[in-house]
Write a protein that binds this ligand. Sequence first.
Ligand code: ADP
Ligand code: MG
Length: 264
Amino acid sequence: MKETPALALQRLSHVYVNDKGASLAVEGIDLSVAQGEFVSLVGPSGCGKTTLLSLLAGLFPPTMGNVWLGGERVSGPSPKVGYMLQQDFLFPWRSIRDNAAIGLEINGTKNRTTMAAVDGWLAELGLDDAGHRYPHELSGGMRQRVALARTLVTEPEVLLLDEPFSALDLHIKLQLEDLVVQTLRKLGKTAVLVTHDLAEAAAMSDRVIVLGRNPGHIRKEITVPAEIRDADPMTARKLPGFQPLFEELWAELDAVEPGGDSHE
Ligand code: ADP
Ligand code: MG
């Protein structure tokens, strides 16, 4: 018997309606993500990546089709889903420890045990000494690690990552890619990453979904070769198969957006 996918999108279409009229953002999306799988969504700006993550997070219902989380149909936000964004949204007036505990407060599960888990995650992510400091005292990379700790302490089954590294310096970004992949792998978590960085998608993922636009649809699914998939992102980038994979993704996106130099 086939294992129930961690996530599934079924004949999914979404229309945004506002005072300017209606626009079809994504159409006919079928996608399923296995337990523990790391999938990236790449595609030009406006192809519906954020819309798909929002639908996965249950932030609003799809116009047509269904979203499944494990065996259950998504009908609203769930503590089983954690969201990490480009902006860390740390509250400046709260200490790092209290910022990392916000998800617990929202879920009503803040107690001595879960606060010990907050401290555990801060230590695990190299923030041992940062708990009593404030966001303005931290670098961008440290702040994103706090955001990751905040997401992980609520023990979500699925992590949705919307360009979480795009505002960071290159070497910090590469270190965080490794940290995130190693951490999620250790925990066996399922993840969906949106990124405009094709090398990042190739280095971190088990599978890369290339989207086209007008309206957003799946153009191609590329399974990352095993040797690249099994390596940490930093090592993966140096493997002989990496450049051909990158070029395959590039060619696919170039077909959507010929000559475009900003693959978002
Ligand atoms: P991406 O994240 O890939 O850049 P989005 O999911 O943000 O794409 O947007 C997909 C399409 O839906 C775009 O055409 C965008 O203009 C439109 N769209 C996104 N959000 C809204 C909204 N709240 N109201 C109306 N249209 C929207
Ligand atoms: Mg977006």
